[in-house]
Write a protein that binds this ligand. Structure first.
Ligand SMILES: [Zn+2]
Length: 149
């Protein structure tokens, strides 16, 4: 597994490469060294390398949404196709369709969450006008961006 290869750059192609790489590897979107996840899907509180505060991270149900739309929906067609083409006994679905659906939807959750968090960091995505409120909630410095603390 390779590390995200280069530090954060500002042009779009590099930005995308950085987001994809750090999200895929679960690495800190600021330094590319520390771990983004404390467990399977739990985002850590601070980067163990550069100290980035992950309280900005709010992917919410984004990973589940994208997993459903991008993976579960097409997989459902594959399973229906399997049923229509081969008309297998129901137990065949237990050993094909159920694991395909389970692993197909669960495995991508972590990289999708990583991409969303990295994208949020790189694009400084925060609800407009909420910087003061975030600072109040987190007891952080309102004059500095939530992403720089
Ligand atoms: Zn870091």
């Amino acid at each position: 597994m390779a590390e995200p290869d280069e530090p954060l750059k500002t042009d779009d192609a590099n930005k995308w490469r950085w987001i994809l790489s750090s999200g895929w590897h679960g690495r800190c979107p600021r330094c590319g060294e520390g771990h983004m996840f404390a467990s399977w899907l739990k985002v850590t509180e601070r980067c163990d390398a550069c100290g980035l505060d992950y309280r900005f991270a709010a992917p919410d149900d984004g990973p589940a949404f994208f997993s459903l739309c991008i993976i579960a929906f097409p997989l459902a067609f594959v399973i229906v196709w399997l049923e229509v083409m081969f008309d297998p006994p129901i137990w065949v679905h237990l050993f094909t369709s159920v694991p395909i659906m389970l692993f197909g939807c669960l495995l991508p959750l972590r990289p999708i969450k990583g991409w969303l968090v990295a994208s949020q960091y790189v694009n400084r995505a925060q609800e407009a006008g909420t910087q003061g409120l975030w600072a109040k909630l987190h007891g952080s410095d309102a004059s500095r961006s939530e992403f720089d603390q």
